[in-house]
Ligand binder design. Structure first.
Ligand code: B12
Ligand code: SF4
Ligand code: SF4
Length: 343
């Protein structure tokens, strides 16, 4: 069995994964306690976190599952178009989870086939995963969880985590070599624009700019954290960007497939002029947290950023949006005109 675990790990590393570990499914038991703790500390997030209980008692849903293979892939190596930095979360710009053009997705499929070729049942869900991947990666000793809740390796937090449930009892655990957060550091907490991250090792998803600009925030005019969103149109990287443990950890040494070309279509002004067919057929498959029926949210988010940081050049675009085909966008534009005293 030890040989089997070594084989999987060495194939994963050869493919370009930064790390690979395997833990028994019982090692995830402590996650439920962390989830309960999170809800106790942030009771308003109870509804949001309810669905995370699917990551507990995995054997009730997958009785065949014995262990979890957990792999770490660095994404902090891609060139990020400058005008999108601070506007769209970097992990989403180089999201490998469903992008068939990415080598990472191809490798992920190959690794799965490799395990199946060894006679192992291996299942992965490439969207939100079948398991709590940070907790699993920590238990496999592949890195540490820091006060901003992110999982870090030697390459910082700019890493994507992925997992497979497998039907063999295997184990491959490392001892992390990186240090914990300095005791007196709280830069991430100080920098969080909406105080979602208000204490170490916790956060309020409902207040998180990343969540408000994607899954939530469907009533932007009355959104409590509207101003705190600042310049973010989709996602938020603030608590990672300010972290000293991420200093010099992003090296722009590779191009992500089609990102440069797509980036030329994206700016606040261009979003307001985007065809709904472009939003649905090009933007949505890449930035899939906003579903097809809600792509109007891109325009609402863009107007919000224009209001938060108004420049005279935005005026005509906000005016133009008063004639948008979607009533939510028209309402937001009319609200912005009043708020900014544009008439
Ligand atoms: C739900 C979810 C969200 C939600 C809620 C976030 C949250 N923190 O709970 C929303 C939509 C807000 C979100 C946003 C983002 N997400 Co998200 N998200 C997830 C998801 C699907 C589940 C997370 C979860 O279970 N949360 C519940 C809490 C209780 O569990 P946890 O965070 O996994 O782990 C905690 C406990 O285990 C505990 N813990 C463990 N050991 C210890 C030890 C001590 C001492 C203590 C005190 C605590 C502790 O601390 C961990 C961190 O808080 C995971 C994928 C997955 N399947 O795990 C991705 C994931 C966490 N997201 C990720 C990313 C990149 C993001 C964004 C940065 C995207 C963006 N650019 O905007 C933002 C960041 C927002 C933020 N500040 O967290 C990555 C993080 C990678 C990394 N290096 O850590 C993940 C792992 C996805 C992936 N496959 O790589 N996300
Ligand atoms: S992602 Fe942004 S809003 Fe969310 S906790 Fe981090 S800094 Fe705060
Ligand atoms: S900013 Fe400081 S406290 Fe926050 S995660 Fe980084 S090192 Fe830890």
């Amino acid at each position: 069995m030890a040989l089997l675990a070594e084989q999987i790990k060495s194939v994963a590393l050869e493919m370009g994964y930064e790390k690979c570990g395997i833990i028994k499914i019982s090692q995830l038991d402590g996650y439920e306690e962390k989830l309960n703790e999170r809800i106790d500390r942030i009771p308003e997030a109870k509804g949001f976190y309810q669905s995370m209980y699917r990551f507990t008692h995995l054997q009730d849903t997958y009785p065949w599952a014995k262990s979890i293979v957990i792999c770490v892939r660095r994404y902090g190596k891609y060139h990020i178009p400058e005008h999108l930095n601070g506007m769209i979360g970097k992990s989403y710009l180089v999201d490998v989870r469903k992008d068939e053009n990415s080598k990472e997705l191809q490798d992920s499929l190959k690794l799965e086939k490799y395990m199946q070729g060894l006679g192992i049942r291996a299942e992965n869900e490439r969207g939100f995963s079948l398991a709590p991947v940070r907790f699993a990666a920590m238990k496999a000793g592949l890195g540490v969880i820091r006060k901003n809740n992110f999982f870090y390796t030697e390459n910082g937090s700019w890493v994507h985590l992925e997992s497979w449930l497998i039907d063999k009892e295997l184990e491959s655990i490392e001892v992390p070599k990186i240090k914990a957060c300095p005791e007196n550091c709280g830069l991430c907490i100080k920098a969080c624009p909406s105080a979602s991250l208000s204490e170490p090792y916790t956060m309020n998803p409902i207040a998180c700019v990343s969540c408000v600009t994607t899954f939530m925030g469907r009533d932007m005019i009355n959104e409590k954290y509207r101003e705190q969103i600042g310049n973010w149109v989709y996602g938020c990287d603030v608590c990672q960007d300010v972290c000293p443990m991420n200093k010099n950890r992003w090296e722009e040494i590779e191009e992500f497939p089609n990102l440069q070309e797509l980036s030329e279509h994206i700016s606040l002004e261009k979003i307001l002029k985007m065809d709904y067919s472009f939003l649905e057929e090009v933007m949505q498959p890449k930035f899939w947290y906003i579903d097809k029926s809600s792509v109007w949210k891109w325009k609402v988010n863009a107007i919000n950023v224009m209001v938060n940081n108004y420049k005279e050049q935005y005026r005509e675009h906000i005016m133009y949006s008063c004639n948008d085909s979607n009533s939510k966008v028209r309402e937001m534009a009319e609200w912005a005109i009043k708020k900014l005293n544009l008439q």
